[in-house]
Design a protein around this ligand. Structure first.
Ligand SMILES: C[S@@+](CC[C@H](N)C(=O)[O-])C[C@H]1O[C@@H](n2cnc3c(N)ncnc32)[C@H](O)[C@@H]1O
Length: 170
């Protein structure tokens, strides 16, 4: 098994979502987050967030407050997480670049800005994926919801194609 994200399986035979955002993304954004609602329960996270929910809390069912960082569990639940982020409308969401998917198009329409990243990110493997190659099996998109978050995302604009609706309407 290759260990490429989207192909890695955990011990329960389910595709693993235990791949984490590398610290350099947060260094570039320079933001602090109030909440990470989808956080590892048994591994260090690089997300600079004051509060976290893990799978044992079920972050999707909880209140979201303030600036949220979201790298959702990948798979069939991704649309529910992304729709929640659209409704919350404050924060940054990083996900697979599935430009044909309805959830992706809904997020891009709703986001203040989107960064379609060049190349592939090496995500940090969780415990069930360690020793596997961490290169993502797809490209990455980062959505910013809210003007301050979009300004932070713009600091990474040399990492891909930065799309802001403001620019289109100006
Ligand atoms: C792709 S990882 C991202 C982790 C971290 N937010 C980051 O950006 O590095 C998704 C995480 O969500 C967790 N997760 C899965 N289902 C969840 C749920 N219902 N509520 C909260 N967290 C959940 C997984 O255990 C996993 O650690």
């Amino acid at each position: 098994m290759s260990g490429v994200i989207g192909e890695g399986y955990n011990s329960a035979g389910k595709k693993s979502v235990e791949w984490y955002t590398p610290a350099w993304v947060f260094d570039l954004l320079g933001l602090r987050f109030d909440l990470d609602p989808a956080s590892p329960h048994d591994h260090e996270s690089f997300v600079p967030a004051d509060r976290t929910y893990t799978i044992f809390d079920d972050g999707l069912s909880k209140e979201w407050e303030g600036r949220v960082w979201l790298n959702p569990p990948y798979g069939r639940d991704t649309p529910f997480w992304m729709n929640r982020m659209i409704d919350h409308n404050n924060g940054i969401a990083l996900c697979f670049s599935r430009t044909d998917a309805k959830w992706f198009q809904d997020a891009m329409k709703a986001a203040t800005a989107t960064l379609l990243m060049s190349g592939r990110i090496d995500f940090v493997p969780g415990n069930e994926n360690k020793h596997k190659k961490s290169r993502s099996g797809a490209g990455t998109a980062i959505f910013a919801f809210g003007v301050d978050n979009a300004r932070a995302l713009q600091r990474m604009s040399d990492r891909g194609i930065f799309v802001s609706w403001d620019r289109v309407s100006a």
